[in-house]
Design a protein around this ligand. Structure first.
Ligand code: PMP
Length: 397
């Protein structure tokens, strides 16, 4: 029988979430997560996946995964340091390093894992971490795990970062100080001011850390935000995910050979979590080849993003400061955000509401994710639905 303290806690908390419109229903897809998805027997134009380049549903990746699965099996059988490192893992890490232009890279079971792994392997009690206030949840958790003193700076506010870096350095209290940021902010789509961050880091001797989950495969010809700014030699740790533009699952940290050796020796998810399955590794290797060798994929992604953003702005939606394909329609009120999402759903468009705790309270939005796989007809259908739904709800003129 369940503990009564637990059941009353759960009942109370869930009721509160539901009453405030913050409880998120989880839908199941009845087919692949492509530009059109099916659910409950209906099809929808899909604006909610991170499948930027359409690779999650690409048959070449599926073939690579099947071939590796038949050859090596479904699972890798152990953690990396025991005997869960297949030649395929080493090949993936070499390809990732070449892709990022770094000496080395280390693969992990997920991007979330990377932040838990790398921040706590490098930073410790007695250190300080300067963290953008809009950084991803996995950065926040990784920082907490490290036991370093976390000092938040206002979002992309370089004066605030500089002041806090100076104060931390001049206090003489910290052995190491790190500046950590998303490369592309996942909920707003704006790009971190990495050239300024690199300058401030140089001035105050900071370790630089960029989580480029949403920039990899999207900016810098695919190599990411750091490459986009030409800063490869000035960013110490670059984190990426294999789950978004790469289309599979997994994550990686790219940097120097010494960094990779240290992470392999000391980062806990590397030591204590079973390595990526062979199929996922082979599919990721194939995907990296495609990202690096197919500028037309990136071209289509950016074309579609510009088309959707222009259309939504013309309808009267506020998209905020986005500079990338991430396309938020800012609504504010959580219940209204859910109503807009429900109305789009009725009209054949799957565009999920994003509410607290993914974004702050009162900052509800629908985050649209155009991909290389969408056709103009699909985007037109989505825009027509946004027009009708927005007028019905009084959100646009
Ligand atoms: N960092 C950022 C900035 C992200 O947006 C995400 C994905 N939500 C992650 C890390 C986690 O990546 P993964 O899904 O591979 O665990």
């Amino acid at each position: 029988m369940a503990s009564s303290t637990l059941s009353s806690f759960l009942r109370r908390s869930l009721t509160e979430l539901r009453d405030r419109g913050l409880y998120q229903q989880i839908d199941s897809l009845e087919g692949p997560n492509g530009p059109v998805i099916s659910m409950r027997g209906r099809s929808f134009v899909n604006l909610s996946s991170n499948n930027y380049l359409g690779l999650a549903t690409d048959s070449r990746l599926a073939e690579a995964a099947v071939e590796a699965t038949v050859r090596y099996g479904v699972g890798s059988g152990a953690v990396r340091t025991i005997n869960g490192t297949l030649a395929l893992h080493a090949e993936l890490e070499e390809k990732l390093a070449a892709f990022k232009g770094t000496e080395a890279a280390v693969a992990y079971p997920s991007g979330f894992n990377c932040n838990m792994a790398a921040i706590s392997a490098v930073m410790d009690a007695g250190d300080a971490i300067l963290s953008d206030e809009l950084n991803h949840a996995s950065i926040i958790d990784g920082c907490r795990l490290s036991k370093a003193n976390v000092i938040r700076y206002r979002h992309s506010d370089m004066d605030d970062l500089r002041a806090k870096a100076r104060e931390a350095r001049e206090s003489g209290r910290y052995a190491k100080i790190m500046a950590i940021t998303d490369g592309v902010f996942s909920m707003d789509g704006d790009i971190a001011r990495l050239p300024d961050i690199a300058d401030i880091a140089e001035e105050y001797d900071l370790i630089t850390y960029v989580d480029d989950a949403h920039g990899s495969g999207v900016l810098g010809g695919g190599a990411g935000t750091v490459k986009h700014f030409g800063l490869t030699d000035r960013i110490d740790l670059q984190i990426g995910t294999l789950s978004k533009a790469v289309g599979v699952v997994g994550g990686y940290v790219a940097g120097t050979r010494d960094l990779a050796d240290w992470l392999k020796a000391r980062s806990r998810p590397f030591l204590f979590s079973t390595s990526l399955p062979p199929g996922a590794v082979a599919a990721s290797i194939a995907a990296i080849g495609l990202v690096a060798g197919s500028p037309e994929l990136l071209g289509r992604l950016w074309d579609n993003a510009e088309y959707l953003q222009r259309g939504l702005r013309e309808l009267g939606y506020a998209l905020g400061p986005t500079e990338t394909p991430i396309t938020p329609c800012l609504v504010g009120d959580e219940e209204m955000t859910q109503r807009l999402s429900a109305s789009l759903y009725e009209k054949g468009v799957y565009a999920r509401a994003i509410v607290f705790p993914t974004v702050p309270r009162g900052a509800g939005r629908i985050r649209n994710m155009p991909t290389a796989g969408h056709t103009k007809e699909m985007l037109d259908l989505a825009l027509a639905a946004y027009g009708e739904a927005g007028r019905e709800l009084g959100l646009i003129p």
